[in-house]
Design a protein around this ligand. Sequence first.
Ligand code: EPU
Length: 336
Amino acid sequence: MVIKKNLSLQTYNTFGLPAKAANLIKINSEVQLKATLKLPYQPIFILGGGSNMLLTKDVAGLVLKNEIRGISVIRKNKETVALKIGGGENWHTFILWCIKQGYGGVENLSLIPGTVGASPIQNIGAYGVELKDVFLKLDAIEIATGKKRTFTKEDCLFGYRDSVFKKTLKGQYFITAVYLQLTHRAHQLNMDYGAIKKILEERKIKRPTIKAISDAVIHIRATKLPDPADLGNSGSFFKNPEISRQQFEQLQKRFPAIVFYDLPNNQVKVPAGWLIEQCGWKGKRVGNTGAHAKQALVLVNYGAATGQEIEALAYQIVDSVYKRFGIRLTPEVNII
Ligand code: EPU
């Protein structure tokens, strides 16, 4: 077992932040993981693709990098296929594999950075689809005991960019495998999202395939969201806030152009990107950081930023949005 010491995590997080790990071990099997958990290191920190975290300091103890690979078909029925995917598989590489096999259900989630093992933690979602829509179960190892546990969909308590692994069980389980149910025929395509429709029309595609949808999503993301390889970022930095209808109606009187989506239970969702843009942050640079010029919800590292600088910018944005709209934004990324 190779233990890397005092290792820079710069290439291990998509913000490209230079925090260090006191110790890091790459995990490629459950057996190796169980043996590693017997070593006397504390605390233990689990790393996937590093695409949803802001490292504001060095990481003490032991970092476990999930590199458990493998994709297998565990069941195939008339229309559906159940897959077991190693937690360390790259999410987008997995999607491309699905498209090649003709497996549908995850094409709207193309180009999301990160690993398969991290996908349930924040119930990744984009363009009208969330992980929970195709999720069957997952296998995980409890860090404190080394015991294996299977979590059903109900156990995961999925919500909007949320699960039990962000709440009561935060940091307590290492996700070794995720099981998804996809379709191999009679795909249920999700094209409600305006930008997808527009691209399919432009491309004169009348009967879209899962590949056509994946290509459209890749195109939208590539034009709006910065590629972490060029400009460090962690996707959406904040969640889209959900407010009461009453609060929304008050706001709409003051800001008639406010963008919104109705939710059940008398709630309204307002895009954080719109709120941030209204406060003048879109494309604004503060030292080595800033809010992206094409999508204000994405905070970026212009190269030499520290995690603390990005955190400071995030708090300035939270304050200004609160002062103007009375809405307190909450981070979507994990601040470490
Ligand atoms: N908007 C602005 N200014 C901006 C950005 C957005 O006015 O700078 C407004 C526009 O009106 C736009 C609306 O906000 O129509 C929504 O923007 P967009 O379609 O880009 O989606 P989003 O709500 O900002 C969410 C997810 C993304 C996901 C997209 C597409 C969250 C926190 N973010 O962003 O997920 O790709 O929808 O489904 O829910 C991520 O989680 O990291 C992520 C990128």
